[in-house]
Design a protein around this ligand. Structure first.
Ligand code: AMP
Length: 468
């Protein structure tokens, strides 16, 4: 994903690119479109997630969309403050304003920062000159308001940055006073790393039907795992996996397939490529499973291929590589799978080989984890852009008795009951019909799901699982 696909203008993308940022962070990927939509936003994100650009870029975009009018107006009257960012500290205020200046350098918007502890007169001069985006700490802002050196009556967007810290520092009354100076019709964005009852109360009062997003805390499981998607054609997955393993000299690679048959087939294929692999799944004897696991743990087995249920007992510290050869059809399984790597704070890598048939599954996963996963096309494995999605059969059935849907038994959440054939282009008109063979491995139709629920969130291990 790039910044331009998020709906930002060339001028803004250029400034971002100059900073060396090529792809948005998860908070940016979610916040930017949400803010551009114009609604209120409640964002759970802490410093270090890229949250500043997450609100700065879309507000610059929104304000610059009608910047022509504002520039014309500014010839006669001073610019009105159209966006107000409140921060708890002077340092943060200065930092945020620097970002506004940096990212807005190719727009005709200007900004200023005001905080206490320094002379007020230079600030009065700046405000008089006209400012589009004002970044301020609440106390000094109210000083200006008291002296009528700031006019907040034209504010269109209010941003409370690090709202939890503002409340911790006792700014709630100041915030309320500032709110009273703003026009009632405006867009409100609230960023906070934590959600105490006080923050919730403030959010309830301030925000109107907000879009809410939350990204993982720094150093949480999900963040220490580097996650990547490798787009690939369905019949190139096996050569791509062999290529990745050999090229990167991967050892202790845990590979997930959707089906037992798929696991067996992959083990054979990897073996032919000179890569030692064994499979564990429901059809393997306990002895075979124990042996495979022991060899995998002690490092003598390079690759272990597993179905979701079989992998449940695998708990290896610092498992470095998890590969989703097939995406799981239950989005929560993705979280369980990647939770096998990066344990105990160690870094790990989770890569997913995704073909056109799995685009809808990927969307569901990204929705669940609230992240857009970075796509990396591997040279030599560029997917065919004209490839059409084919249905993926998720359960076995007697011949001619193909199941429609493939969702969990009795469950129909988030499209789970729908055949996974839509693809990115929204195709899938042939959704529920049995896999028409195509180039899908024959075994893709196996799997026997006899559990039902998987709990949300990472590594909740106790949830009943399905056998496959
Ligand atoms: P913040 O959470 O806003 O304090 O940002 C944390 C750091 O991430 C800052 O040093 C930013 O310059 C940097 N940053 C922001 N956006 C990106 C991005 N898309 N890619 C890489 N780094 C970024």
């Amino acid at each position: 994903m790039s910044f331009s696909t998020l709906g930002l203008s060339d001028a803004i993308v250029r400034a971002v690119t100059e900073q060396g940022y090529t792809s948005p962070t998860p908070i940016q990927a979610q916040a930017i479109p949400a803010v551009l939509n114009g609604g209120d936003l409640l964002a759970g994100a802490q410093t270090g997630t890229g949250k500043t650009a997450g609100f700065t870029l879309p507000i610059l975009q929104r304000l610059s969309t009608d910047a022509v009018g504002s520039a014309l107006k500014s010839k006669t009257t001073p610019r009105a403050i159209r966006a107000l960012v409140l921060t708890p500290t002077r340092e943060l205020a200065a930092q945020v304003e620097e970002s506004v200046r940096l990212y807005g350098k190719y727009t005709n918007l200007n900004s200023a920062v005001i905080f206490g502890g320094v002379g007020i007169n230079p600030q009065i001069k700046l405000l008089k000159h006209g400012v589009d985006v004002l970044v301020a700490t609440p106390g000094r802002l109210l000083d200006h308001a008291g002296q009528r050196t700031v006019d907040l009556s034209k504010v269109e967007i209010l941003i409370l940055d690090e709202a939890d810290r503002m409340l911790d520092m006792g700014f709630i009354h100041d915030i309320k006073k500032v709110l009273a100076l703003l026009p009632p019709k405006r867009q409100n964005l609230l960023f906070s790393a934590t959600f105490s009852d006080d923050i919730k109360a403030l959010a309830d009062k301030l925000l109107n039907n907000p879009h809410s997003i939350e990204v993982a805390r720094r150093n949480s499981t999900v963040e220490v795992i580097s996650q990547k998607i490798h787009p690939v054609d369905r019949d190139k997955k096996h050569p791509m996996l062999s290529h990745l393993i050999k090229e990167n000299d991967w050892h202790q690679v845990l590979v997930f397939t959707r089906t037992k048959h798929g696991a067996n087939k992959l083990v054979e294929q990897l073996g032919r490529d000179g890569i030692g692999a064994m499979a564990i799944h429901g059809n393997k004897s306990q002895t075979a499973r124990t042996k495979a696991l022991a060899e995998f743990k002690d490092g003598s087995l390079q690759v272990l291929v597993a179905t979701d249920i079989a992998a449940r007992g695998i708990d290896i510290d610092q498992l470095p590589h998890v590969v989703n050869y097939d995406l799981p059809n239950i989005p929560e399984d993705y979280v369980h799978r990647i939770g096998r790597t990066g344990r105990a704070g160690a870094t790990g890598e989770a890569v997913s080989l995704v073909c056109v048939d799995e685009h809808q599954m990927l969307k569901d996963i990204e929705k669940l984890i609230k992240q857009t996963l970075p796509r990396h096309v591997i040279p030599g494995f560029e997917p065919d852009p004209t490839a059409k999605a084919q249905p993926i059969q998720l359960r076995s059935g007697a011949p001619g008795h193909a199941n429609r849907g493939g969702g969990r038994p009795g469950g129909n959440r988030s499209g789970q009951g729908q055949p996974r054939s839509a693809g990115a282009n929204g195709g899938g008109g042939n959704g529920g019909r049995p896999a028409a063979n195509g180039s899908r491995p024959a075994g893709a139709a196996s799997g026997n799901r006899n559990g039902s629920s998987a709990s949300r969130g990472p590594r909740t291990g106790s949830a009943p699982r399905r056998d496959r």
